[in-house]
Write a protein that binds this ligand. Structure first.
Ligand code: 6PG
Length: 253
C-alpha cells in the first residue's frame, strides 16, 4: 500500500482499510488546500460505501487535524426526499460526520431534495456558480464517488440522457426502478475536479469493475468508466472482493 496520490489504483483488503486510507488522504488534501488557498471544497456521495469514511472523518483521530471552518461540503447527488428521510444523502453525511464536527452552517451546501426536482436542480446549480464565482465549470478540490452494481455514479445511470449533458452543472433525473426523482452533478463537473476518490467495495461490484478497469473495452458503457478527470487526479480505492475479477488483482499499482 502506498499513500502517493499519483497512484491510480489501490487494491486494499476490505472496506475498513479503504475507509482509513480515504480518510487519511482526505485530511492530507484538506490541509494542503487550506495551506495553499485557505479553503477546501469537497463534493460527496451518498450510498453505503462512504459512510464508514464519514464516520472516521468525524472521529477525533481524523477530525482534529482539519480546520473545519475552512471546509465546504457539496453533494454529488441527492434523492428527492426530505432532509431527515433515511434515503437522504444529506442525512447520511449529517448523522455520520457533520453533526460530529464544528463546521459553520454556511459551509454545508446541500441539495434541497424536499423541493420540486427541476427547481432544486436549478437552485443548486446557481448556488454552485455563486460559490465558485464562475460561469464555466467549477473545480471541486475533491469529489468522492461510489459505484453502483450497474456502474452508475452519482445519479448518472447507464443509458441515461443526462450523461450527454454538456451545458448544465446539475440536472434532475427520474428513475423508474425504484420510482424516485434524484438530482445530480453532471459528468463535465465531475471530470473537472482536482481529485476524485472512487470507493468500491464488495463482490457485487466485481464484474462491472473488471469491465471498466480490466481490459477497458467496455469502459464507455458504464458511467463509472466515463470518469476521466481532464486535469485532476483519479484514485480508485478498491477492496479485495471488488477486485476479484481484475487481472491486476493483488497488485497495488
Ligand atoms: C447515491 C450515490 C450513488 C452511490 C452508488 C453506490 O446517492 O446512492 O451517490 O451513486 O454512490 O449507488 O452505492 P453503494 O455505496 O451503496 O454501493
Amino acid at each position: 500500500m502506498t499513500e502517493d496520490l499519483n497512484d491510480q489504483i489501490q487494491i486494499l483488503s476490505d472496506l475498513e482499510t479503504i475507509s482509513h486510507q480515504a480518510a487519511s488522504l482526505f485530511v492530507k488534501a484538506a490541509r494542503n488546500a487550506i495551506d495553499r488557498k485557505m479553503r477546501f471544497v469537497a463534493a460527496i456521495s451518498g450510498g453505503s460505501t462512504p459512510t464508514r469514511l464519514y464516520t472516521l472523518l468525524g472521529s477525533a483521530e481524523y477530525s482534529s487535524p482539519v480546520d473545519w471552518q475552512r471546509v465546504h461540503f457539496f453533494w454529488v447527488d441527492e434523492r428527492c426526499v426530505p432532509k431527515d428521510h433515511e434515503e437522504s444523502n444529506f442525512k447520511t453525511a449529517f448523522d455520520t460526520l457533520l453533526s460530529k464536527i464544528t463546521i459553520p452552517g454556511e459551509n454545508i451546501h446541500r441539495i434541497r431534495g424536499e423541493e420540486d426536482p427541476d427547481k432544486a436542480a436549478i437552485d443548486y446549480e446557481e448556488n454552485v456558480r455563486k460559490f465558485f464565482g464562475i460561469s464555466g465549470l467549477p473545480m471541486f478540490d475533491l469529489v468522492i464517488l461510489g459505484m453502483g452494481e450497474d456502474g452508475h455514479i452519482a445519479s448518472l445511470f447507464p443509458g441515461s440522457k443526462s450523461l450527454e449533458e454538456k451545458g448544465r452543472l446539475v440536472v434532475p433525473v427520474y428513475l423508474e426502478k425504484p420510482k424516485i426523482n434524484r438530482i445530480t452533478l453532471t459528468l463535465p463537473v465531475l471530470n473537472h475536479a482536482a481529485q476524485i476518490f472512487f470507493l468500491v467495495s464488495g463482490r457485487s461490484k466485481a464484474t462491472v469493475l473488471f469491465e471498466i478497469l480490466g481490459d477497458g473495452h467496455k469502459k464507455d458503457q458504464y458511467p463509472a468508466g466515463l470518469i476521466r478527470p481532464a486535469q485532476g487526479r483519479l484514485l480508485w480505492l478498491i477492496d479485495q472482493e471488488a477486485s476479484g475479477k481484475l487481472k491486476r488483482q493483488g497488485k497495488c499499482c
